[in-house]
Write a protein that binds this ligand. Structure first.
Ligand SMILES: [Fe+2]
Ligand SMILES: [Fe+2]
Length: 167
């Protein structure tokens, strides 16, 4: 692909991805405010942004075989664990930004588990098998990721069992 088009599409992918995410959270907020139809509008338009992001990603050649996709995930999560979040967390600490210290800590802790899971998943998929994973629990406060039953208390943020979402 020509360089300028590729750069433009990468930016469009990033922008649509962020809009998709923002609208999801705006929908939750609208719902909490009792604005059900506004929440629905946010969710619908969020889905359209997901479609746009997916189209850009596809044209960029960013959706490959699952084996290759898992490698992309391992690379991304590893970068976040080894460089990105430790540096972001240190910066936030240096600047006494407590919210950012917390949010980067939560992400860093979860990414460690994500990288580990993806590495195991790669082994299975490369052998032509599906990944052997049971029920997955995600903490809706900090993103802590685990297999099996939800814990009584999140080991990372202390949230109660009912805050876990099952997949
Ligand atoms: Fe992650
Ligand atoms: Fe948590």
């Amino acid at each position: 692909m020509k360089e300028m088009t590729q750069k433009a599409l990468n930016e469009a992918f990033a922008g649509e991805s962020m809009a998709h995410m923002r609208y999801q959270h705006f929908a939750d907020k609208a719902e909490a405010e009792g604005l059900g139809d506004m929440a629905r509008m946010f969710r619908a338009i969020s889905f359209a942004e997901r479609v746009h992001a997916g189209n850009h990603l596809d044209v960029l050649g960013g959706i490959k075989s699952t084996s290759d996709n898992i490698q992309t995930c391992i690379d991304g999560e590893t970068f976040e664990i080894v460089e990105m979040y430790p540096v972001y967390n240190a910066t936030a600490k240096l600047q006494d930004e407590d919210g950012a210290v917390r949010s980067t800590h939560y992400a860093l802790e979860a990414e460690k588990i994500h990288a580990d899971w993806y590495i195991k998943a790669r082994e299975a998929v490369e052998k032509g098998q599906d990944v052997a994973v049971g029920t997955i629990q995600i903490c809706s406060v900090c993103g802590h990721t685990r297999e099996g039953d939800a814990p009584d208390k999140c080991p990372i943020c202390g949230a109660s069992k009912d805050k876990f979402r099952q997949f």
